[in-house]
Ligand binder design. Sequence first.
Ligand code: MN
Length: 267
Amino acid sequence: MRILVTNDDGIHSPGLTALAKALSRVGEVWVVAPDRERTAVAHAVTLHKPLRVQQLGTRIYAVNGTPVDCVNLAILKLLSAPPDLLVSGINKGVNLGDDVLYSGTVSAAMEGTILGVPSMAVSQEGQEHFYFDAGARYAVRIARLILKEGLPDETLVNLNIPNRPFGSITGVRVTCLSRRRFDNPIIEKVDPHGRTYYWIAGTRVSWSRSKDADHEALEQGAVSLTPIHLDTTNHGVLDRFRKWETVRRPHARRVAVSSNLKGKQRS
Ligand code: MN
């Protein structure tokens, strides 16, 4: 088994080290990760400057790019053959609900999925003093299941781990993404020259609850496992929007009238 490990906290993050070490019991681990922290870059790709790869050890590479850059370079260039599994993390801090739209950790797993590799993002609750050994043990358990059973089409796993010792984690819950709300998300300040500047921040978080919400699993001390689908089409409302297709009709009629020739190819 060949396992690609990446992250968005950078190649020197202890979360990545713990994850790579634990997964080395499952297969041959390749680490390809950003050379510095790239948190919250989402699905960014570097198009306007060259990417450099630095080999730091056996099957360990640092890249001056984003997590998605790393996944592309790893799968399409650096690895001797495509990996059987991609695991991104362990991120310092949760990626719950709307976080997945901003997260470099989750985007790396999305990119793996796009490239046809079964992929999982792993994030751990907290801000410091992480129980990464506990998170890595759960990552290994789910990794073994993915390798054994595979994943549905265009689907990745988003795993969030409570920050507590392995023995006090209460199990795994299958969950749905919830909605996260920041209070006071824009902080306005004045610099020493009297000019206004802003921080995108926000401290207090509230959640709009839904059934099987991911954040509730962590509140109960359980690992949250959310299957995420790449197809973000809202299939349930397609019929409602199909009525809007009629806005094309006046143009179509004008073309039909002006050409008015049977058998002619329509433009
Ligand atoms: Mn991060």
